[in-house]
Each structure stands twice: as structure tokens, then as C-alpha cells.
Design a protein around this ligand. Structure first.
Ligand SMILES: NC(=O)C1=CN([C@@H]2O[C@H](COP(=O)(O)OP(=O)(O)OC[C@H]3O[C@@H](n4cnc5c(N)ncnc54)[C@H](OP(=O)(O)O)[C@@H]3O)[C@@H](O)[C@H]2O)C=CC1
Ligand SMILES: CC(=O)N[C@@H](CCC(=O)OP(=O)(O)O)C(=O)O
Length: 311
């Protein structure tokens, strides 16, 4: 058995990592006494005992725990957004490219991706790398998330408050914390315009990339590239190309992969085959957080990466 300490076990992400690991045959969770969850020396003791510590903490608290891990030489998987483009850290998106799994397996420090970037990077990276989308292009991404993406505070507002909007657009200062990882790991030269939103549903997420293609590139080519790229990936499915006729417009919802580690990519082409939308669907708490965390833990600890990734 390997031992995992979840620092922040009672938060939204921490609880879901714990619930998944309770079904893991080769991992034992070592828990902190709730009364001591902010006690630095107790954290240090558990980190030293654990094979990997998962940080499910607000950003500032995650930085403090990383200082301890560095002092003790412990392995960390950080679910916060602090280290996603930081030196010395490996980006925990195994499907990023063929070398990523080996990097995750060998790393002392792995950063779990943000929920929105997971969908957007899976869409953009292979298309930019193949030259089908320009690396220096101007892109706009809009997205909608379940309210659990805002952690305990937003969950409380939606489930116990009386002022939560059915729908709200935010991030409109164009400085969302996910922009750096989105730009770097998609291989873009300029950060996209990113307009996220939240709706009155607990979990689920859609990330949209609308586009007009340049030159001879077609939506069918984008679809073929995505299909080829993720052909052998267990957690990324590419739907059939949807060439939209007037009477066949799909109705997309953020649901269908809730509580799983799965991502569903769709290419929706306008009849001209040179404009349309590509879309990623995932569970912000699943592949967007806790499912991805367990997948990364499995890779770090040498287990089959699909063990216990779904609730
Ligand atoms: N929710 C989501 O969809 C996703 C979240 N994340 C990331 O995961 C991390 C956690 O987010 P989330 O689970 O949503 O947040 P929550 O607010 O739901 O949970 C954070 C938890 O950390 C605890 N905590 C705060 N400070 C400390 C500390 N110094 N030591 C120990 N525990 C502490 C909190 O306890 P208390 O309640 O007592 O303050 C709470 O239980 C964040 O960095 C977030 O960016 C990543 C991907 C998706
Ligand atoms: C609805 C909502 O508030 N979502 C969060 C992102 C949640 C997430 O996954 O981001 P991290 O992994 O970086 O925490 C936000 O936009 O800040």
C-alpha cells in the first residue's frame, strides 16, 4: 500500500479526492486530525509519512505547504493554481503529449490543471501544434461551469443563500487566473480572450472555442486531427463531426460526464466547413479537479492510471 495525505481534505476538491481514494485498492489515506488541520508541524509529520501529499488548499495555503515539502524532500500534487507554469513543476495533464506521463511519473512536484484550461488545452494544443490553427492567432474562449467550481464559498451561496444568480458572466477584467496555463500549454503566443460564466447547477462544464478558419483549413481537418490525437486516450472521446444542417442543430448541456474523469470533445461545423465551434465537456470536479488528481496520483505511484478516477 502507498500512503497519501490530503492537505485540505474537507474542502470541495479534497472531499472528492478522498471519496475516490476510499475505493482505491493500493492507496491508504492518512488523515490529519481536523482540529490540527492548520498545524504546521502536524502537516510536516504527515507529509514525511506519505508517499505523495495532495494539496487541495487555497493558493496562499498551498504555497506554505510547498515550503514544508521542499524542506523535507516530499512529493506533492498541487490542485491549486499557483504552480501551473512554475519552474520545477510538471503540468499534470497526461494527455498533453506523448512525453507527459513519464514526466509526471518522475516528478517531485506535479501541478493539477485548472478546470477550464483542461478542456481548452485539449482542444487547442494538437491543432496549434499541427499548424491547423495559428500559434499567433487571436482566439476567444467562452465557458460555463457548475457553481462547485467556486469551492465551498460559492456552493454555500448557491445552496444556502438567496442571492445566487441562475446565470452570471464573470472574469470580465480579462485577467482570469487560468490565462497563463491556457496560453503556455496550448502553445499560443498571445493569451486568448476568456469569458467564463457560472450557472445554477452543481457540477459540469462546457468550454467553447468559436472560429473562422484561415486559408484552406476545414473543420473536418480539425476533427480528424483531434480524433487521431486522442484515439488511444481512455478519458478523452471525440464525437462524430457534426456538420450542421438547418434541421440538425445539437442542443449541448454541461452534463453527461458528471462524476467521471471523462472529457468529450465536439466539432460543430457550419455548412461552409470553414467556421463553427469546437467544444469540450467535462465535470469541473472530475477531470477538472479530483478525477485528474487521482489519475495523476496513479501515474506518480506507478499504478494503472484509471483506478478509482470516477466516483
Ligand atoms: N472547486 C473546483 O472545481 C476546483 C478547485 N481547484 C483548486 O483546489 C483548491 C481547493 O479548492 P476548493 O476545494 O474548491 O476550495 P474549498 O474552499 O472548497 O476548500 C478549501 C479547503 O482548504 C481548507 N484550508 C484553508 N486553509 C487551510 C490551511 N492553511 N491548512 C489546511 N486547510 C486549509 C479549508 O478549510 P476551511 O473551510 O476551514 O477554511 C477548506 O476545507 C484551490 O486551490 C482551487 O483553486 C482546482 C480545480 C477545480
Ligand atoms: C465557477 C468558478 O468560480 N470557477 C473557478 C475556477 C475553478 C477551477 O477549477 O479553478 P482552479 O483549478 O484554478 O481552482 C474560477 O473561475 O476561479
Amino acid at each position: 500500500m502507498k500512503k497519501v495525505f490530503i492537505d485540505g481534505e474537507t474542502g470541495t476538491t479534497g472531499l472528492q479526492v478522498r471519496d475516490r481514494l476510499l475505493n482505491h485498492p493500493h492507496i491508504e489515506i492518512i488523515s490529519i486530525d481536523p482540529a490540527k488541520k492548520r498545524d504546521v508541524e502536524e502537516k510536516r509529520r504527515l507529509m514525511k509519512e506519505a508517499d505523495v501529499t495532495v494539496l487541495c488548499l487555497p493558493d496562499e495555503a498551498a504555497k506554505d505547504s510547498v515550503i514544508l515539502a521542499k524542506e523535507e524532500g516530499c512529493r506533492i500534487l498541487d490542485a491549486s493554481s499557483v504552480h501551473r507554469v512554475a519552474d520545477g513543476w510538471v503540468y499534470g495533464l497526461p494527455e498533453l503529449d506523448v512525453s507527459q506521463r513519464a514526466k509526471i511519473a518522475d516528478a517531485q512536484f506535479v501541478s493539477n490543471p485548472g478546470c477550464y484550461p483542461t478542456g481548452a488545452i485539449l482542444l487547442l494544443k494538437p491543432l496549434v501544434e499541427a499548424g491547423l490553427l495559428a500559434a499567433n492567432g487571436n482566439y476567444s474562449i467562452n465557458a460555463v461551469s457548475g457553481y462547485s467550481g467556486g469551492g465551498n464559498a460559492l456552493i454555500d451561496r448557491y445552496e444556502n443563500g438567496n442571492d445566487a444568480p441562475v446565470f452570471g458572466a464573470y472574469g470580465l477584467n480579462f485577467n482570469h487566473k487560468h490565462l497563463p496555463e491556457l496560453k503556455v500549454w496550448s502553445g499560443l503566443e498571445k493569451a486568448p480572450i476568456f469569458a467564463p460564466s457560472v450557472g445554477d447547477f452543481r457540477q459540469g462544464m462546457l468550454t467553447f472555442l468559436p472560429m473562422h478558419l484561415e486559408g484552406d483549413t476545414t473543420m473536418a481537418q480539425l476533427h480528424a486531427k483531434l480524433t487521431e490525437t486522442y484515439d488511444n486516450e481512455a478519458f478523452v472521446a471525440v464525437n462524430e463531426l457534426n456538420l450542421i444542417a438547418d434541421d440538425a442543430a445539437p442542443f449541448l448541456t454541461p452534463h453527461g460526464v458528471d462524476n467521471t474523469n471523462n472529457v468529450e470533445l465536439s466539432v460543430l461545423s457550419a455548412p461552409d466547413n470553414q467556421s463553427g465551434v469546437i467544444v469540450a465537456k467535462l465535470d469541473n470536479l472530475g477531470k477538472g479537479a479530483s478525477g485528474a488528481a487521482v489519475q495523476n496520483l496513479n501515474i506518480m505511484l506507478g499504478f494503472d492510471e484509471g483506478i478509482a478516477v470516477n466516483l
